[in-house]
Design a binder for this molecule. Structure first.
Ligand code: DQA
Length: 143
């Protein structure tokens, strides 16, 4: 099984960015954690992080016929991007939405998730563990 792990804008700044909200772990350490769990589960993972909405849309499209499922933290585009929602619907792959912080307990504008409307699984406010839970649950269901 192949899973694409997508991360949106400013997640490359993990570790530096608002550590009180997102913790002290870096993007590289997050990828390392995911990779180790993926190895244990015998799942192949591909990582993609971009600060550009269009690049995220393009990479979702490329997943069609290439990966079997998607884990996505669209970051701020969660709350604005119908293009990412449409791309997820277009490829029709099983998808899991992850947010490191609890978006429902923050500013009201973070409560709407467009991308989440195309995701069957949701991991909100679980820190980096949300990605691991998403990986385990997708592997159990579709692996
Ligand atoms: C985030 C929450 C978003 O509201 C925010 O814009 C992010 C990160 C999270 O992982 O908690 O960049 O998706």
């Amino acid at each position: 099984m192949k899973i694409l792990v997508l991360n949106g804008p400013n997640l490359n700044m993990l570790g530096i960015r608002e550590p009180a909200i997102y913790g002290s772990g870096t993007y590289d350490s997050l990828c390392g954690m995911i990779l180790r769990r993926a190895d244990e589960l015998h799942v192949e993972v591909a990582f993609f992080q971009s600060n550009s909405e269009g690049d995220l849309v393009t990479r979702i499209q490329q997943a069609y016929g290439r990966e079997d499922a998607i884990i996505i933290n669209p970051a701020a585009y969660t709350h604005t991007s119908i293009a990412i929602l449409d791309a997820l619907k277009a490829v029709g792959l099983p998808a899991a939405e992850v947010h490191i912080s609890d978006v429902n307990q923050r500013e009201p504008f973070r409560r709407i998730s467009y991308a989440g409307m195309a995701c069957e699984l949701h991991y909100i406010g679980m820190g980096f563990d949300g990605y691991l839970r998403a990986l385990e649950d997708l592997a159990a269901k579709y692996g």
